[in-house]
Design a protein around this ligand. Structure first.
Ligand SMILES: Nc1ncnc2c1ncn2[C@@H]1O[C@H](COP(=O)(O)OP(=O)(O)O)[C@@H](O)[C@H]1O
Ligand SMILES: [Mg+2]
Length: 349
């Protein structure tokens, strides 16, 4: 039986760009799928197709047991979507935003009011509840956006890069909220650029690049594929890079990556702290001065280098993944942000 979110052979081209190039997904009910990939990988396009905002060129999708292409309106009623502030109206206060969403979903005014108050409280927005959303900080907007998606508790939720651009404290806070939500039985598809985030929240991870799923598995499986721990060394002199590389090759389980301008060398290893001590001794013995050395867990970049042979462009680019869907909503079907906003304005009268 297909899961709560199921997709088969999704293809979507924008001119020459194949944003989706045959995406298959199957997310069992009550689990979290992390869709992991760099900017431009096709994450948002996947979410838009699954949430009925965009029609694929080919392929099939079923969400909450409903065919996305045949019955988009029913799908919309069964899902929640958060991301890229689609749900937030700048000119309304936080409280008004949440109440409007409730009314859009045909809640009674009193119930919508109570639900708004509850969510404002839970998302630490009570103090700012009666200020227009445009005065909110980035973190506050994210929280409001997520709260808006939770006004009605949908069985299936989509979150597009919910924490991109947030500081670590706000990120942690959001993770807690998402975990609570999932504990209540919601099926969640979450996109992210951060392996750490997928690691924390997702049962299964799909790594996407250039519109294709290039790997899938649990986070442990992906990390194992990526070669586990890394030794990272920064040598003091550029002239020592070549020798350091030789030394590391003797300890590594895979190829050494060199970043010339920062004089940083990275190699996958197994062996932990004991091995680290040996590396230091060996480098010392060869007269190589080091500025920094350490062991670290694989990052998204490592996963990408190991899976695709190239670094994830923009993977370390914290700030601008969030807005990447803005300003190019042409040619799409259904009630996108614009339609919802118009409906909300109507409801606000
Ligand atoms: N409406 C659009 N018009 C033209 N190109 C688009 C459109 N939406 C997405 N793309 C392109 O499709 C690719 C995938 O984009 P997207 O799904 O937004 O990636 P991600 O969310 O992973 O960053 C990118 O090359 C992007 O530029
Ligand atoms: Mg995106």
């Amino acid at each position: 039986m297909p899961g709560a979110i199921y997709a088969e052979g999704l293809v979507k081209a924008f001119g020459d760009v194949r944003a989706l190039d045959g995406v298959d997904l199957d997310v069992p009910q009550g689990t979290v799928l992390g869709l992991l990939g760099p900017n431009g990988a096709g994450k948002t396009t996947t979410v838009r197709v699954l949430t009925t905002l965009l029609r694929p060129d080919s392929g099939r999708a079923v969400v909450a047991g409903i065919d996305v292409l045949k019955h988009p309106n029913e799908v919309r009623r069964a899902i929640g979507l958060s991301g890229q502030f689609a749900a937030v109206d700048e000119y309304l206060t936080g409280r008004e935003n949440l109440q409007m969403v409730g009314q859009l979903y045909q809640m009674r005014a009193k119930a919508a009011k109570a639900r708004a108050a509850e969510l404002l409280d839970r998302f630490n927005l009570a103090d700012a509840a009666d200020r227009p959303a445009k005065t909110y900080s980035g973190g506050m907007r994210r929280r409001l956006d997520l709260a808006a998606a939770l006004v009605v508790s949908p069985p299936v939720m989509f979150m597009d890069e919910p924490t991109t651009g947030l500081d670590p404290r706000n990120r942690q806070q959001l993770w807690g909220i998402i975990q609570e939500l999932v504990a209540g039985g919601t099926t969640l598809l979450l996109t992210t650029q951060y392996l750490e985030e997928a690691d924390h929240l997702a049962d299964d991870i799909c790594v996407v690049d250039h519109g294709k799923v290039i790997a899938r598995g649990t986070s442990d499986q992906l990390k194992a594929r990526t070669g586990g721990e890394r030794v990272e060394v920064v040598v003091h002199e550029r002239d020592h890079i070549a020798t350091a590389r030789e030394v590391l090759a003797g300890f590594g389980k895979g190829g050494t990556t060199v970043e010339e301008h920062t004089r940083k060398l990275t190699v996958p290893v197994s062996g932990g702290a004991k091995l680290l001590a040996e590396v230091i001794r060996e480098l010392d013995g060869r007269g190589i001065e080091i500025d920094d050395i350490g062991l670290r867990r694989p990052t998204l970049d490592d996963v990408f280098i190991s899976l695709t042979g190239h670094a994830a462009e923009g993977a370390a680019d914290d700030g601008n993944g969030a807005g990447d869907g803005d300003g190019r909503s042409g040619g799409e079907t259904g009630a996108g942000a614009g339609g919802r906003r118009a409906a909300r304005k109507e409801a606000a009268k």
